[in-house]
Design a binder for this molecule. Structure first.
Ligand SMILES: *Cc1c(COP(=O)(O)O)cnc(C)c1O
Length: 369
């Protein structure tokens, strides 16, 4: 049986109606279906996400005993194979969030690669989870300056490497603040020169790599959050790696999974993605990613056309602009958020949701033109 999108929406309404009225408000609090929602990276979930979550809860199996749940294990394999194929990495495991994926990557690097070199280099626009991971692992986070567009300053990185080669270098593919892409090919060359592990933080920008069919990135590991860029609910993050860590056969009591943070887990991290992929097909995802990137580009062009506000889009779906006006009402309405770039305040519109539209953001901004 194939499910049409309509029943997926009906299920949402049905579930809401099953709730006692005092809890229904909770379901209405969520703004992610709005055309003018662009405050943060939380997307509007793809049509079958809710059923995927229900399936995970109904099944509730534990894949540390995968032999007991062959169908669930098969769904996990299908989802990991799809991501591995498109990112061109041989290894993948799901984690609960980008924070865990980054921590796990640094942990693997420390175990396999560090000797006793504790140094990890990354730009100051890197996500705070990397610094946190270093703290937990006893590694030393060294922050490299950024250029005017929040990308790592390559000459500073080179200088730091000459003085002290690092164990690992982080390249950002889509910073959290403005979605900036570090010059990762140059960083890959530097990492190669100093035999450092290269970790790509693509938690936010990874969907671009996927939809634009990028050639393989020569990195040791890469983290990506489908719960940000692929329209599925949390928790769903992925750590991709070129290194083999997990024992082939994991047994909960005898051979616990090596180099993996997650203990017991079931379908909650992948069934929503798997179900949407199975029922809608990969082209649905590629089309929706392209469309949200186009909407971001359209907003950028319209702001440039209608206003004199400095505006730009680094290519991963976050539009930043500086109107020299107080837009705090739009921030409290969930339309925009703010960030700082080289000390200056910028407003940002994040195109994570496939419901978010440039014309709706323009309409909200129009009174300030
Ligand atoms: C969001 C984000 C993370 C952390 O992800 P969570 O899923 O929120 O833990 C890491 N890196 C970047 C660039 C991010 O945008």
């Amino acid at each position: 049986m194939t499910l049409a999108p309509a029943p997926a929406e009906q299920l949402q309404l049905l579930l809401r109606d099953l709730l006692p009225t005092q809890y229904q408000q909770l379901t209405e609090e969520s703004p992610h279906h709005r055309a003018d929602w662009a405050a943060h990276m939380t997307p509007n979930p793809a049509p079958y996400s809710l059923i995927g979550m229900q399936l995970a809860a109904m099944h509730n199996g534990n894949l540390l005993s995968a032999e007991l749940y062959p169908l669930l294990a098969q769904a996990e394999r299908a989802t990991t194979n799809w991501l591995k194929k498109h990112f061109h990495f041989p290894q993948l495991n799901f984690t609960q969030s980008g924070t865990y994926s980054n921590l796990e990557a640094l942990w693997q690097a420390r175990e396999l690669h560090s000797g006793d070199n504790p140094f990890v280099y990354g730009s100051r626009a890197s996500h705070y989870s990397l610094k946190k991971a270093c703290h937990i692992l006893g590694l030393q986070w060294v922050e490299i300056d950024t250029d005017g567009q929040d990308r790592i300053d390559l000459s500073q990185l080179r200088r730091a490497c000459e003085q002290q080669p690092p164990m690992l270098i982080v390249a950002n593919f889509g910073t959290s603040s403005i979605g900036a892409i570090d010059p990762w090919q140059d960083i890959a060359d530097i990492a190669h020169q100093y035999q450092s592990w290269l970790h790509v933080d693509a938690c936010w920008g990874g969907a671009v790599l996927l939809a634009e069919h990028y050639p393989p990135i020569s990195a040791d590991s890469l983290s990506f959050d489908p719960h940000k860029g692929l329209f599925v609910p949390r928790p769903c993050s992925a750590l991709l790696s070129r290194h083999q860590f997990n024992a082939e056969k994991v047994d909960y009591l005898q051979s616990p999974p090596a180099m993996r943070l997650t203990g017991s887990y079931g379908g909650e991290m992948f069934l929503p993605l798997w179900l949407n992929l199975t029922l809608l097909g990969e082209d649905w995802f590629f089309e929706k990613i392209h469309s949200r990137l186009q909407q971001a580009q359209q907003l950028t062009e319209q702001l440039r056309q209608f206003t004199g506000w400095p505006t730009w889009h680094a290519g991963t779906g976050i539009v930043v602009f500086s109107p020299e006006k107080d837009l705090s009402r739009l921030v409290s309405d969930g339309v925009l958020s703010t960030t700082r770039l080289n000390g200056k305040l910028y407003y940002r519109a994040v195109f994570a949701s496939y419901a978010t539209r440039a014309d709706a953001i323009i309409k909200a901004l129009h009174p300030y033109f």
